[in-house]
Design a binder for this molecule. Structure first.
Ligand code: FAD
Length: 499
């Protein structure tokens, strides 16, 4: 047992824990951060190669950079440059090869109209209705082209977590668009959503667009992991890595934390930033006394999504227009409803909508473009691909790229590759929380995220993390706002306890 009683013990050294720790320390409180991993950052994890090129494998974008995201000010304070990528062409590939820019623009425009049409519809539909049932219905605006013109229809920024960021419409005609291509593009929405359209509640669809930071996106130079490290290390904080917390106990006038390597720590207060995916799996003895049945039921019912990244690095960039194109969107060449656990790697890739960011482009966020492609995998392909060894997935993906991009000459295999597994990572167990899912009896709503952030044990046990912020859940901004919120609350509580 450590003989020091900390004012606050923070569990988790991701974004929310780092911010809460820094804030509380700056107010003169003694703070200990306990982190299960051997590194700081949590879902901020940055890949780098021998040449020190960095690419984020967890969070990568400061969404709404110019629209108030608090990460902007933090980056400025720490002297971290934020890179706003230049707009670049985004190519869309159908089963027969690249679509013309007007065809791609028409598809994007229809998707945009459909998304607008299904934002907070009135009268509100029952909570059992899914976004898919409206978006993919035969009468959906998705399948109609009623667009106006635009000067450069194929131009989008390389915001790969919003891959279906539509460009402006192209013509004044009203006609129908190719249904399977339109659905293929709509399925790219499953990447940022973290789940299938069939599971997204129509009732709450688009609700977050009124609250979350959006508009311009920027990437922190050097990656998000070193950014959060700098934030945490800028405070007078004790940090202990490799400390997997296994119980949090309410004792008189404080809390006792036990870790799996037999250590015990005492604090006046504790803030848990343990991700929702992990909270779902904790034994009931983790919190002593147990959390209320209501809170346990919200933890169980609120959803954590799947989003994985597949990185391939080559000796040289061989793909078309490699210096100009910002991203390649591959629409399925076959039907995804046939996919199951026995599907081949080729079938999984062919049946999925994939968005690939091109780091060889002049518009990439790297200071010197590199022959690297980073592909975003939505729930269906991610879960199936993760059943295979990483090397096989990388090899199969290379073969798919060659088949679809049709280089004139033979191309060598990747020199490096990486496939994330946030889904099975024991300290995240999923990517982030998702928007509200379909549910019986109106059980689920964005209020769940507010409930997950309510303190218990007379305020001595608080919760922070992206899953505790109703307005900004699922983002770095949500983690930061939650950390600030808890730091302010715990500061007030500690000051009261001193009186
Ligand atoms: C692939 C991917 C892409 C993303 N892209 C973006 C993006 O572009 N922009 C954006 O804004 N957001 C993005 N996000 C979301 C963003 O990464 C998260 O919202 C944010 O990092 C969450 O921070 P957090 O502090 O809530 O949780 P975490 O970063 O997960 O921190 C929680 C910490 O708790 C630790 N922990 C868990 N259990 C224990 C235990 N028992 N004992 C001690 N420590 C424990 C974990 O190891 C972890 O370090 C992305 C996420 C993923 C996975």
């Amino acid at each position: 047992m450590s003989n020091k009683t900390y004012d606050t013990i923070i569990i988790g050294a991701g974004w929310s824990g780092a911010i809460a720790a820094k804030e509380l320390a700056s107010k003169g409180h003694s703070v200990l951060v306990l982190e299960a991993r051997d590194r700081i950052g949590g879902r901020a994890r940055t890949w780098s190669d021998n040449d020190k090129n960095t690419i984020d494998l967890g969070c990568s974008w400061i969404h709404g950079y110019k629209e108030g995201n608090p990460a902007k000010g933090l980056a400025k304070d720490l002297g971290i440059e934020a890179i706003l990528p230049q707009p670049a062409e985004g190519l869309v590939y159908g089963p027969d090869g690249p679509l013309s820019s007007s065809q791609a623009a028409s598809l994007r425009s229809s998707l945009s109209s459909a998304q607008e049409a299904f934002k907070l519809p009135h009268p509100s539909p029952p909570s059992t209705t899914s976004l898919a049932s409206a978006l993919l219905s035969s009468s959906s605006p998705l399948f109609k082209s009623d667009s106006k013109s635009s000067s450069d229809p194929s131009t989008t920024t390389v915001d790969s977590t919003s891959p279906a960021n539509p460009s402006e419409p192209t013509s004044n005609s009203t006609s129908s668009v190719d249904q399977s291509l339109a659905e293929g593009l709509a399925r790219t929405l499953e990447i940022p959503l973290g789940l299938k359209l069939e599971n997204v509640s129509l009732k709450w669809s688009g609700w977050e667009s009124t609250t979350s930071f959006a508009g311009s996106d920027a990437a922190p130079e050097g990656g998000y992991q070193s950014f959060v490290e700098k934030v945490l290390k800028s405070g007078q904080v004790d940090i202990k890595l490799n400390q997997k917390v296994q119980s949090i106990k309410d004792i008189s006038n404080g809390v006792e934390i036990s870790t799996s390597n037999g250590e015990k720590y005492e604090g006046k207060t504790v803030i848990s930033t343990i991700p929702l995916g992990v909270l779902k799996t904790l034994p009931s003895s983790f919190f002593q006394p147990e959390l209320s049945p209501k809170l346990q039921s919200i933890i169980k019912g609120t959803n954590v999504g799947t989003l994985e990244k597949l990185l391939v690095k080559y000796d040289k960039a061989w793909w078309p227009n490699s210096t100009e194109v910002g991203s390649y969107t591959f629409l399925p060449t076959s039907n995804s409803s046939q996919l199951d656990k026995s599907s081949s790697l080729e079938d999984i890739f062919n049946s999925s909508s994939l968005v690939t960011a091109n780091f060889a482009s002049k518009s990439s966020t790297l200071s010197t473009p590199q022959p690297i492609l980073l592909t975003y995998l939505s729930e269906t392909p991610a879960k199936l691909l993760l059943e295979y060894p990483k090397d096989k997935v990388i090899k199969a993906f290379h073969e798919i790229l060659v088949k679809r991009l049709q280089p004139k000459n033979q191309v060598a295999e990747p020199v490096e590759g990486e496939l994330t597994n946030w889904l099975k990572d024991e300290y995240s167990l999923g990517a982030t929380t998702t928007p509200t899912i379909v549910s019986e009896n109106d059980e689920r709503s964005p209020m769940d995220f507010k409930e997950l952030g309510r303190p218990v044990w007379k305020g001595r046990l608080g919760f922070a993390g992206e899953h505790t912020e109703m307005e900004h859940r699922g983002s770095v901004a949500g983690a930061i706002v939650s950390g600030l919120r808890e730091a302010e609350r715990v500061d007030r509580l500690l000051n009261l306890l001193k009186e």
